[in-house]
Design a protein around this ligand. Structure first.
Ligand code: NDP
Length: 320
């Protein structure tokens, strides 16, 4: 029987259990295929779902991202958002799969799906970065952060990266970030915003990509130029509390958006465009993926503790 990582009830990483689950069956007529799962991506959305911040009826099998081979055909595939991915064999709707090119191994493909397509929609579709744009990227050594830095640089943007240690800032700089600010060494949002703007000669920035949320939101807003855009795409430090819309006016007719990957993968064409762009860039060497750790299913709690405890860089994988 396959084994799976189960959330039996909402809570901390201590609730996680590995259980034997029934052999999956591909549903008749609804286009599902059976996949042997080679690697599973660890993401913050798993944390929100485990905690109950994003409600999912319990018990459920955790994780939504992975890569593997189709049973019977051996086709190599990856997927960004199919609930129940932390298992050794699963049924996946065929229209949620992206083909993996021969140059990309399955661990890297699993690592690239959710965070890669997220960085892709953020820089191409939510705010389309133009050459010369000044762009703030928080948590720039993290999974999404490392990919944002590289994709913005590839478009000719200027990156001000923030992170929580000199080692993490060095990673962002090695990936091309033009300026680096340790946001654990600034005192309050005004000081952080001043440090960000000072890095680019005292100007406000065109766009702030903020997946840290509560701890950085005010500084992100204060870092922008008139008509700048704040893209709040997550809350690694906690969710942003209710907000007075007049602050967008006071800040200079600012734009604020709170996007989600699912809304940028509305059609099969959009999924393939983003997925093939990301995997293609990895295949031709223009996009680098750091796999920051691999854990067996039985040690998944340690992976989540590391992610939630700011102890990681790059992408974390579970190996079923
Ligand atoms: P990361 O690898 O970036 O890990 C989170 C990082 O956030 C940490 O390493 C840490 O970096 C920073 N951080 C700052 N404060 C805290 C805190 N209090 N607790 C934990 N971390 C903190 O994770 P991901 O790349 O997986 O995700 C980044 C963000 O992107 C998350 O908010 C996630 O929800 C969001 N996301 C949103 C998507 C969307 O479509 N909207 C899709 C995918 C991800 P440091 O130590 O340098 O501060």
């Amino acid at each position: 029987m396959p084994r799976a990582l189960v959330v039996p009830r909402n809570g901390g990483s201590d609730v996680l259990e590995v259980r034997s689950v029934p052999e999956p069956v591909a549903g008749d007529g609804d286009g599902e295929v059976l996949v042997d799962v080679a690697a599973v991506g660890v993401n913050f959305i798993d944390v929100y779902q485990r905690q109950g911040v994003y409600p999912v009826p319990t018990p459920f099998v955790l994780c939504s991202e992975g890569a593997g081979t189709v049973v019977g055909t051996g086709e190599r595939v990856a997927w960004p958002q199919t609930r129940g991915s932390a298992t050794s064999r699963m049924a996946v709707p065929a229209d949620q799969l992206v083909p993996v090119p021969g140059e990309v191994d399955l661990e890297t493909a699993a690592a690239a799906m959710l965070q890669g397509m997220t960085a892709h929609y953020l820089v191409n579709s939510t705010y389309a970065v133009q050459p010369g744009d000044l762009c703030l990227v928080h948590a720039a050594a993290g999974g999404v952060g490392q990919l944002l830095v590289q994709m913005i640089k590839a478009k000719g943007g200027v990156v001000v990266a923030t992170a929580g240690s000199p080692e993490k800032l060095a990673k962002a700089t090695a990936l091309g970030a033009d300026h680096a600010v340790d946001y654990t060494r600034t005192d309050g949002p005004e000081e952080l915003a001043a440090a960000v703007k000072e890095a680019v000669g005292g100007q406000g920035l065109h766009v702030a990509y903020d997946g840290v949320g509560r701890a950085t939101f005010d500084a992100s807003l204060a870092s922008l130029r008139p008509r700048g855009t704040l893209v709040l795409f997550g809350g690694a430090s906690g969710q942003v509390p209710p907000f007075d819309i007049q602050r967008l006016n006071a800040g200079g007719s600012l734009f604020l958006t709170r996007p989600s990957l699912g809304h940028y993968l509305l059609t099969r064409e959009e999924l393939l465009w983003r997925g093939e762009s990301v995997l293609g860039a990895i295949a031709d060497g223009t996009l680098r993926i750091e796999i920051g750790g691999r854990w067996p299913l039985d040690e998944a709690a340690a992976a989540y503790d590391a992610l939630e405890g700011r102890a990681t860089t790059g992408k974390l994988l579970l190996l079923p």
